[in-house]
Write a protein that binds this ligand. Structure first.
Ligand code: HEC
Ligand code: HEC
Length: 212
């Protein structure tokens, strides 16, 4: 029998572990379940940049654990979006794991929406992404999102090669208090220090970078 002391130690170890580190899912079953997702995220998981409308994020090659947590957050209402919530609620928990594993194994597709941006906007975006702006406490994106902002584990999603319209929407949602499901409000703290021009700039620049 375990002593209470040991049980406590075990509990604190469990609590300090990342919540959805390794998820168990089946890519083949995921492919079937993902049929209902293709209308927006496309059959190859590429999503779409929709100028002036609601862009659909690329899911191909995103981290499975990250996607699963976002799906659970949509289902539980911690992350809100009218287009997405019904689809997260439609699948069983196992199917959410299966589709996450399925999309994570698809090859990355190119980001859209930044190529035709003005040169000075792209330059501002590159500077903020790579160096940040220390006077305004804007930290370089890669210090959390991994080398070249291509992602680090299940907590820090890849943002390089994501569509400009989607990146811009997320940053504006954090700035305006509409998205707040991120751990420790790390993203809110950054987005609130960025101007709308900064946000357009980083979104355009990141969409031109390779995802992997
Ligand atoms: C009607 C269009 C539509 C359909 C169908 C749809 N989605 Fe989405 N999805 C979106 C939009 C729009 C977003 C971005 C939501 C936001 O801005 O918060 C999104 C976001 C996501 C995200 C979060 C991505 C990230 O990087 O944070 C995941 C994961 C996802 N969808 C998976 C799915 C899966 C799995 C299905 C099918 C079961 C599905 N979606 C069906 C429109 C759709
Ligand atoms: C202090 C760490 C940190 C820094 C620095 C940071 N981020 Fe993030 N970012 C996060 C975390 C954590 C998440 C995941 C939020 C969640 O779990 O819902 C995230 C998520 C995002 C997302 C949503 C991606 C998706 O697919 O849902 C975007 C877009 C984003 N960050 C953009 C940026 C940009 C642009 C910068 C640089 C200006 C930046 N981040 C710097 C921690 C950081």
């Amino acid at each position: 029998m375990k002593t209470p002391r040991k049980t406590l130690l075990m509990m604190s170890l469990l609590l300090s572990m990342p919540l959805f580190a390794g998820i168990e899912g089946d890519a083949e079953r995921g492919r079937t379940a993902a049929a209902v997702c293709a209308a927006c995220h496309q059959a190859d998981g590429s999503g779409m940049h929709i100028p002036g409308g609601e862009s659909w994020p690329r899911l191909a090659a995103m981290d499975a654990g990250y996607m699963y947590r976002q799906l659970v957050d949509f289902r539980e209402g911690r992350r809100t979006n009218a287009s997405m919530m019904p689809f997260a609620a439609m699948l069983t928990d196992q199917q959410l794991k299966d589709v996450s594993v399925y999309y994570s194994q698809l090859p990355a597709t190119p980001g859209q929406g930044g190529k035709d941006a003005a040169a000075d906007l792209l330059k501002l975006g590159q500077r903020l992404v790579e160096q940040g702006d220390w006077e305004r406490y804007i930290v370089p994106c890669g210090s959390c999102h991994g080398p070249a902002s291509q992602g680090a584990g299940s907590n820090f999603p890849g943002i390089a090669g994501q569509h400009a319209g989607y990146i811009e929407r997320q940053l504006l949602d954090w700035k305006q208090g509409k998205r707040d499901n991120d751990p420790q409000h790390l993203m809110l703290a950054i987005a609130e220090r960025m101007t709308e021009q900064d946000i357009r700039a980083v979104a355009a620049w990141l969409s031109t970078l390779p995802a992997q």
